[in-house]
Design a protein around this ligand. Structure first.
Ligand SMILES: *Cc1c(COP(=O)(O)O)cnc(C)c1O
Length: 390
Protein backbone atom coordinates (compact mmCIF):
# COMPACT_ATOMS: atom_id res chain seq x y z
CA UNK A 1 0.00 0.00 0.00
CA UNK A 2 1.13 3.55 -0.77
CA UNK A 3 0.20 6.32 1.67
CA UNK A 4 1.29 9.81 0.62
CA UNK A 5 1.85 12.56 3.20
CA UNK A 6 -0.77 14.65 1.41
CA UNK A 7 -3.07 13.78 -1.50
CA UNK A 8 -4.40 16.90 -3.21
CA UNK A 9 -5.64 14.80 -6.15
CA UNK A 10 -8.08 12.99 -3.89
CA UNK A 11 -9.34 16.32 -2.57
CA UNK A 12 -9.61 17.93 -6.00
CA UNK A 13 -11.98 15.20 -7.19
CA UNK A 14 -14.65 16.44 -4.78
CA UNK A 15 -14.90 19.95 -6.33
CA UNK A 16 -12.96 19.87 -9.59
CA UNK A 17 -15.75 21.06 -11.91
CA UNK A 18 -16.71 23.95 -9.63
CA UNK A 19 -13.08 24.98 -9.27
CA UNK A 20 -12.39 24.90 -13.00
CA UNK A 21 -15.56 26.93 -13.63
CA UNK A 22 -14.61 29.54 -11.02
CA UNK A 23 -11.08 29.86 -12.37
CA UNK A 24 -12.36 30.03 -15.95
CA UNK A 25 -14.72 32.85 -14.96
CA UNK A 26 -11.76 34.87 -13.67
CA UNK A 27 -9.78 34.17 -16.84
CA UNK A 28 -12.69 35.38 -18.96
CA UNK A 29 -13.37 38.43 -16.75
CA UNK A 30 -9.83 39.78 -17.28
CA UNK A 31 -10.01 41.22 -13.71
CA UNK A 32 -6.80 39.62 -12.50
CA UNK A 33 -5.69 42.07 -9.81
CA UNK A 34 -8.16 43.27 -7.17
CA UNK A 35 -11.86 43.01 -7.98
CA UNK A 36 -14.90 41.18 -6.63
CA UNK A 37 -13.33 37.76 -5.95
CA UNK A 38 -10.69 39.29 -3.65
CA UNK A 39 -13.23 41.42 -1.82
CA UNK A 40 -15.58 38.47 -1.38
CA UNK A 41 -12.81 36.23 -0.04
CA UNK A 42 -11.66 38.92 2.40
CA UNK A 43 -15.20 39.25 3.70
CA UNK A 44 -15.77 35.50 3.92
CA UNK A 45 -12.52 34.72 5.74
CA UNK A 46 -12.72 37.64 8.17
CA UNK A 47 -16.31 36.63 9.00
CA UNK A 48 -15.36 32.96 9.29
CA UNK A 49 -12.59 33.89 11.72
CA UNK A 50 -14.62 36.42 13.67
CA UNK A 51 -12.44 39.38 12.71
CA UNK A 52 -13.58 42.80 11.50
CA UNK A 53 -11.14 43.11 8.59
CA UNK A 54 -9.37 40.86 6.11
CA UNK A 55 -6.65 41.91 3.66
CA UNK A 56 -5.64 39.37 1.04
CA UNK A 57 -1.88 39.24 0.44
CA UNK A 58 0.64 37.36 -1.68
CA UNK A 59 1.68 34.68 0.87
CA UNK A 60 1.72 33.78 4.55
CA UNK A 61 5.26 35.13 4.71
CA UNK A 62 4.14 38.47 3.28
CA UNK A 63 1.18 38.53 5.68
CA UNK A 64 3.68 38.40 8.57
CA UNK A 65 6.03 40.88 6.90
CA UNK A 66 3.35 43.46 6.15
CA UNK A 67 1.88 43.10 9.66
CA UNK A 68 5.29 43.86 11.18
CA UNK A 69 5.76 46.76 8.74
CA UNK A 70 2.40 48.18 9.82
CA UNK A 71 3.72 48.09 13.40
CA UNK A 72 6.85 50.00 12.26
CA UNK A 73 9.22 47.22 13.29
CA UNK A 74 12.69 48.36 12.24
CA UNK A 75 16.41 48.07 12.75
CA UNK A 76 17.34 47.87 16.42
CA UNK A 77 13.98 46.46 17.52
CA UNK A 78 13.50 43.05 19.07
CA UNK A 79 10.59 40.69 18.34
CA UNK A 80 9.73 37.91 20.76
CA UNK A 81 8.81 34.57 19.20
CA UNK A 82 9.06 30.79 19.37
CA UNK A 83 12.22 28.93 18.35
CA UNK A 84 10.15 26.14 16.85
CA UNK A 85 8.32 27.11 13.66
CA UNK A 86 8.68 27.39 9.91
CA UNK A 87 11.49 29.78 8.99
CA UNK A 88 9.18 32.56 7.77
CA UNK A 89 8.22 33.44 11.35
CA UNK A 90 11.80 34.54 12.01
CA UNK A 91 12.73 35.50 8.44
CA UNK A 92 10.35 38.47 8.41
CA UNK A 93 11.89 39.82 11.64
CA UNK A 94 15.38 39.66 10.16
CA UNK A 95 14.32 41.17 6.84
CA UNK A 96 13.20 44.33 8.65
CA UNK A 97 16.58 44.61 10.38
CA UNK A 98 15.10 43.61 13.74
CA UNK A 99 16.38 40.67 15.80
CA UNK A 100 14.45 37.75 17.28
CA UNK A 101 14.26 36.98 21.00
CA UNK A 102 13.19 33.42 21.72
CA UNK A 103 10.99 31.93 24.41
CA UNK A 104 11.15 28.12 24.50
CA UNK A 105 8.15 25.91 23.73
CA UNK A 106 5.91 23.87 25.97
CA UNK A 107 6.90 20.23 25.23
CA UNK A 108 3.29 18.98 25.16
CA UNK A 109 1.67 21.49 22.78
CA UNK A 110 4.92 22.50 21.00
CA UNK A 111 3.67 26.09 21.25
CA UNK A 112 5.48 28.99 22.92
CA UNK A 113 5.45 28.64 26.71
CA UNK A 114 3.82 31.69 28.39
CA UNK A 115 6.12 31.29 31.43
CA UNK A 116 9.10 31.78 29.13
CA UNK A 117 7.37 34.72 27.46
CA UNK A 118 6.91 36.32 30.90
CA UNK A 119 10.60 35.73 31.65
CA UNK A 120 11.79 37.23 28.36
CA UNK A 121 9.63 40.32 28.86
CA UNK A 122 10.86 40.78 32.43
CA UNK A 123 14.47 40.48 31.19
CA UNK A 124 13.94 43.16 28.53
CA UNK A 125 14.82 46.06 30.82
CA UNK A 126 15.62 48.39 27.90
CA UNK A 127 12.13 47.83 26.46
CA UNK A 128 13.41 46.87 23.02
CA UNK A 129 10.83 44.12 22.41
CA UNK A 130 8.34 45.77 20.05
CA UNK A 131 6.11 42.82 19.09
CA UNK A 132 5.30 39.22 20.05
CA UNK A 133 4.66 36.52 17.43
CA UNK A 134 3.10 33.38 18.87
CA UNK A 135 2.71 30.58 16.31
CA UNK A 136 -0.32 28.26 16.43
CA UNK A 137 1.78 25.28 15.48
CA UNK A 138 0.40 22.22 13.68
CA UNK A 139 -3.16 23.65 13.90
CA UNK A 140 -3.55 24.29 17.62
CA UNK A 141 -3.63 27.72 19.27
CA UNK A 142 -0.90 28.93 21.60
CA UNK A 143 -2.04 29.99 25.10
CA UNK A 144 -3.53 33.28 23.96
CA UNK A 145 -5.16 34.12 27.29
CA UNK A 146 -1.83 34.35 29.05
CA UNK A 147 0.08 35.78 26.09
CA UNK A 148 -2.45 38.60 25.63
CA UNK A 149 -2.45 39.38 29.36
CA UNK A 150 1.35 39.75 29.27
CA UNK A 151 1.18 41.78 26.06
CA UNK A 152 -1.26 44.14 27.69
CA UNK A 153 0.84 44.43 30.83
CA UNK A 154 3.88 45.43 28.78
CA UNK A 155 1.86 47.25 26.08
CA UNK A 156 3.30 45.22 23.20
CA UNK A 157 1.27 44.23 20.10
CA UNK A 158 0.72 40.55 19.26
CA UNK A 159 0.89 39.24 15.68
CA UNK A 160 -0.52 35.72 15.48
CA UNK A 161 1.22 33.42 13.02
CA UNK A 162 -1.88 31.40 12.19
CA UNK A 163 -0.48 30.03 8.92
CA UNK A 164 -1.19 26.45 10.07
CA UNK A 165 -4.31 27.22 12.06
CA UNK A 166 -7.07 28.90 10.04
CA UNK A 167 -10.32 28.07 11.82
CA UNK A 168 -8.65 26.58 14.91
CA UNK A 169 -10.46 27.61 18.09
CA UNK A 170 -9.44 28.17 21.69
CA UNK A 171 -11.09 29.34 24.88
CA UNK A 172 -9.92 32.92 25.45
CA UNK A 173 -10.35 34.65 28.80
CA UNK A 174 -10.21 38.43 29.11
CA UNK A 175 -11.49 40.56 32.00
CA UNK A 176 -12.97 37.45 33.65
CA UNK A 177 -15.05 36.47 30.60
CA UNK A 178 -14.26 33.36 28.57
CA UNK A 179 -15.25 33.09 24.92
CA UNK A 180 -14.27 30.66 22.20
CA UNK A 181 -12.20 32.57 19.66
CA UNK A 182 -10.67 31.61 16.34
CA UNK A 183 -6.97 31.75 15.53
CA UNK A 184 -5.87 35.14 14.25
CA UNK A 185 -8.77 37.15 15.67
CA UNK A 186 -7.22 37.83 19.09
CA UNK A 187 -4.01 39.81 18.49
CA UNK A 188 -3.73 43.06 16.51
CA UNK A 189 -3.08 40.86 13.45
CA UNK A 190 -3.66 37.26 12.45
CA UNK A 191 -1.66 35.93 9.50
CA UNK A 192 -2.85 33.08 7.28
CA UNK A 193 -1.07 31.18 4.54
CA UNK A 194 -2.81 29.58 1.58
CA UNK A 195 0.21 27.51 0.59
CA UNK A 196 -1.27 24.35 -0.98
CA UNK A 197 -0.41 22.08 1.97
CA UNK A 198 -2.20 24.24 4.56
CA UNK A 199 -5.74 23.24 5.57
CA UNK A 200 -7.05 25.96 3.25
CA UNK A 201 -4.62 25.84 0.34
CA UNK A 202 -4.83 27.75 -2.93
CA UNK A 203 -3.69 26.78 -6.41
CA UNK A 204 -0.45 28.66 -5.79
CA UNK A 205 0.79 31.12 -3.17
CA UNK A 206 -1.46 33.38 -1.14
CA UNK A 207 -2.13 34.69 2.33
CA UNK A 208 -4.27 37.03 4.41
CA UNK A 209 -3.96 39.40 7.34
CA UNK A 210 -7.03 39.67 9.55
CA UNK A 211 -7.50 42.29 12.25
CA UNK A 212 -10.03 43.83 14.61
CA UNK A 213 -8.38 47.25 14.29
CA UNK A 214 -9.62 49.67 11.63
CA UNK A 215 -6.50 51.86 11.60
CA UNK A 216 -4.21 48.85 11.52
CA UNK A 217 -6.18 47.19 8.68
CA UNK A 218 -6.11 50.41 6.64
CA UNK A 219 -2.35 50.61 7.03
CA UNK A 220 -1.87 46.99 5.93
CA UNK A 221 -4.06 47.70 2.92
CA UNK A 222 -1.89 50.70 1.98
CA UNK A 223 1.36 48.81 2.48
CA UNK A 224 0.07 45.93 0.33
CA UNK A 225 0.06 48.28 -2.64
CA UNK A 226 3.28 50.34 -2.26
CA UNK A 227 1.75 52.63 0.35
CA UNK A 228 -0.14 54.46 -2.37
CA UNK A 229 -3.29 56.49 -1.73
CA UNK A 230 -4.60 57.79 -3.97
CA UNK A 231 -2.85 55.99 -6.81
CA UNK A 232 0.68 57.38 -7.45
CA UNK A 233 0.73 59.30 -4.13
CA UNK A 234 2.91 57.36 -1.71
CA UNK A 235 2.39 58.09 1.97
CA UNK A 236 4.80 55.34 2.98
CA UNK A 237 6.97 52.63 1.45
CA UNK A 238 5.16 49.34 1.13
CA UNK A 239 5.52 46.61 -1.46
CA UNK A 240 3.57 44.54 -3.93
CA UNK A 241 1.92 42.15 -1.50
CA UNK A 242 -1.28 41.63 -3.51
CA UNK A 243 -3.30 38.41 -3.76
CA UNK A 244 -4.37 37.28 -7.27
CA UNK A 245 -8.04 37.08 -8.23
CA UNK A 246 -7.42 33.53 -9.50
CA UNK A 247 -6.30 32.45 -6.03
CA UNK A 248 -9.26 34.17 -4.40
CA UNK A 249 -11.73 32.40 -6.71
CA UNK A 250 -10.15 29.00 -6.03
CA UNK A 251 -9.98 29.61 -2.27
CA UNK A 252 -13.65 30.59 -2.11
CA UNK A 253 -14.61 27.19 -3.51
CA UNK A 254 -12.44 25.39 -0.97
CA UNK A 255 -13.50 27.54 2.00
CA UNK A 256 -16.97 25.94 1.84
CA UNK A 257 -15.41 22.56 2.63
CA UNK A 258 -12.98 23.72 5.27
CA UNK A 259 -14.93 22.84 8.42
CA UNK A 260 -15.76 19.36 7.17
CA UNK A 261 -12.07 18.82 6.37
CA UNK A 262 -11.11 19.97 9.87
CA UNK A 263 -13.56 17.42 11.33
CA UNK A 264 -12.22 14.65 9.12
CA UNK A 265 -8.64 15.43 10.12
CA UNK A 266 -9.65 15.37 13.79
CA UNK A 267 -11.44 12.05 13.26
CA UNK A 268 -8.31 10.65 11.60
CA UNK A 269 -6.25 11.84 14.56
CA UNK A 270 -8.63 10.06 16.95
CA UNK A 271 -8.29 6.88 14.86
CA UNK A 272 -4.48 7.05 15.03
CA UNK A 273 -4.59 7.72 18.79
CA UNK A 274 -6.77 4.67 19.30
CA UNK A 275 -4.71 2.43 17.04
CA UNK A 276 -1.50 3.42 18.82
CA UNK A 277 -3.00 2.93 22.25
CA UNK A 278 -4.54 -0.45 21.28
CA UNK A 279 -1.21 -1.81 20.14
CA UNK A 280 0.44 -0.84 23.41
CA UNK A 281 3.07 1.38 21.84
CA UNK A 282 2.27 4.33 24.05
CA UNK A 283 2.84 2.48 27.31
CA UNK A 284 6.10 1.22 25.82
CA UNK A 285 7.14 4.90 25.96
CA UNK A 286 8.54 4.84 22.46
CA UNK A 287 5.70 6.90 21.07
CA UNK A 288 3.80 9.92 22.30
CA UNK A 289 0.69 10.87 20.35
CA UNK A 290 -0.31 14.54 20.01
CA UNK A 291 -2.39 16.22 22.71
CA UNK A 292 -5.35 18.48 21.93
CA UNK A 293 -4.85 20.70 24.98
CA UNK A 294 -8.21 22.52 24.92
CA UNK A 295 -10.36 19.40 24.67
CA UNK A 296 -10.73 16.33 22.51
CA UNK A 297 -10.97 17.72 19.04
CA UNK A 298 -12.89 14.83 17.49
CA UNK A 299 -15.74 14.63 19.98
CA UNK A 300 -16.02 18.32 20.65
CA UNK A 301 -18.11 20.63 18.54
CA UNK A 302 -15.26 23.13 18.59
CA UNK A 303 -12.25 22.91 16.30
CA UNK A 304 -9.77 22.90 19.18
CA UNK A 305 -7.16 21.28 16.94
CA UNK A 306 -7.39 21.35 13.15
CA UNK A 307 -4.47 18.92 12.70
CA UNK A 308 -2.62 20.65 9.90
CA UNK A 309 -0.06 18.11 11.05
CA UNK A 310 -0.35 14.96 13.17
CA UNK A 311 2.90 14.85 15.14
CA UNK A 312 4.35 11.87 16.97
CA UNK A 313 7.22 12.12 19.42
CA UNK A 314 9.33 8.98 19.03
CA UNK A 315 12.64 7.41 19.88
CA UNK A 316 15.02 6.64 16.97
CA UNK A 317 13.19 9.18 14.83
CA UNK A 318 15.56 9.25 11.85
CA UNK A 319 15.52 5.45 11.56
CA UNK A 320 11.72 5.41 11.71
CA UNK A 321 11.56 8.04 9.01
CA UNK A 322 13.70 5.96 6.65
CA UNK A 323 11.66 2.85 7.45
CA UNK A 324 8.38 4.60 6.66
CA UNK A 325 9.66 6.04 3.38
CA UNK A 326 10.98 2.59 2.42
CA UNK A 327 7.46 1.24 3.02
CA UNK A 328 5.83 3.89 0.81
CA UNK A 329 4.51 5.97 3.70
CA UNK A 330 4.96 9.72 3.38
CA UNK A 331 6.27 11.48 6.47
CA UNK A 332 8.22 14.64 7.26
CA UNK A 333 10.15 16.35 10.01
CA UNK A 334 8.74 19.76 10.97
CA UNK A 335 11.37 21.08 11.78
CA UNK A 336 14.83 19.48 11.91
CA UNK A 337 16.66 22.72 12.91
CA UNK A 338 15.06 25.08 15.43
CA UNK A 339 15.08 28.76 14.49
CA UNK A 340 17.61 29.78 17.14
CA UNK A 341 20.15 27.38 15.56
CA UNK A 342 19.80 28.61 11.97
CA UNK A 343 23.04 29.59 10.29
CA UNK A 344 21.66 32.91 9.03
CA UNK A 345 21.61 34.19 12.63
CA UNK A 346 25.41 34.25 12.56
CA UNK A 347 27.09 34.34 15.97
CA UNK A 348 23.67 34.74 17.61
CA UNK A 349 22.99 31.09 16.75
CA UNK A 350 25.34 30.15 19.59
CA UNK A 351 23.73 32.13 22.35
CA UNK A 352 20.33 30.53 22.92
CA UNK A 353 19.48 27.65 25.19
CA UNK A 354 16.14 26.21 24.11
CA UNK A 355 16.13 22.57 25.30
CA UNK A 356 12.46 21.80 24.55
CA UNK A 357 12.67 23.09 20.97
CA UNK A 358 15.90 21.18 20.41
CA UNK A 359 14.43 17.97 21.76
CA UNK A 360 11.30 18.36 19.61
CA UNK A 361 13.48 18.87 16.53
CA UNK A 362 15.17 15.54 17.26
CA UNK A 363 12.15 13.48 18.26
CA UNK A 364 9.12 14.50 16.21
CA UNK A 365 7.73 13.22 12.94
CA UNK A 366 4.58 14.10 10.96
CA UNK A 367 2.34 11.31 9.63
CA UNK A 368 -0.25 11.54 6.82
CA UNK A 369 -3.45 13.08 8.29
CA UNK A 370 -5.22 14.59 5.26
CA UNK A 371 -9.05 14.34 5.20
CA UNK A 372 -9.30 11.68 2.48
CA UNK A 373 -6.98 9.25 4.30
CA UNK A 374 -8.78 5.91 4.79
CA UNK A 375 -8.89 3.82 7.98
CA UNK A 376 -7.15 1.03 6.04
CA UNK A 377 -4.29 3.36 5.24
CA UNK A 378 -4.04 4.41 8.87
CA UNK A 379 -3.95 0.78 9.99
CA UNK A 380 -1.13 0.14 7.53
CA UNK A 381 0.80 3.16 8.89
CA UNK A 382 0.44 1.99 12.51
CA UNK A 383 1.28 -1.64 11.64
CA UNK A 384 4.40 -0.48 9.81
CA UNK A 385 5.50 1.65 12.77
CA UNK A 386 4.86 -1.26 15.13
CA UNK A 387 7.09 -3.50 13.02
CA UNK A 388 9.90 -0.97 13.23
CA UNK A 389 9.95 -1.08 17.02
CA UNK A 390 9.50 -4.86 17.35
C1 LIG B 1 3.51 28.08 5.92
C2 LIG B 1 3.93 28.93 7.04
C3 LIG B 1 4.32 30.27 6.87
C4 LIG B 1 4.56 30.89 5.53
O1 LIG B 1 3.53 30.84 4.62
P1 LIG B 1 3.82 30.92 3.05
O2 LIG B 1 2.45 31.10 2.48
O3 LIG B 1 4.48 29.66 2.63
O4 LIG B 1 4.68 32.11 2.80
C5 LIG B 1 4.61 31.02 7.99
N1 LIG B 1 4.54 30.49 9.22
C6 LIG B 1 4.19 29.21 9.43
C7 LIG B 1 4.11 28.68 10.82
C8 LIG B 1 3.90 28.37 8.34
O5 LIG B 1 3.57 27.09 8.56
Amino acid sequence: MKVPLLDLQAQLKTFEEEMVAAVTDVVRSTRYIGGPEIEALEKEISEYSGAAYGIGVSSGTDALLVALMALDIKEGDLVLTTPYSFFATMGVILRLGARPVFADIDPVSYNIDPEKVAQALADDTKKRIKAIIPVHLYGQCADMTRIMALAEQYDIPVVEDAAQAIGAECPFTENGTTRVMKAGAIGIAGCFSFFPSKNLGGIGDGGMVISQGEQFAKKVELLRNHGAYPKYYHKMVGGNFRLDALQAAALRIKLRHLDSWHKQRAANAATYNKLFSDCGLISGAEITTPVSVYGEASTDENNYHIYNQYILRVSQRDGLREWLLKNDIGCEVYYPVPLHKQECLGVDAEKWDMPHAEKAAEETIALPIYPELTTEMQMYVVETIKKYYQ
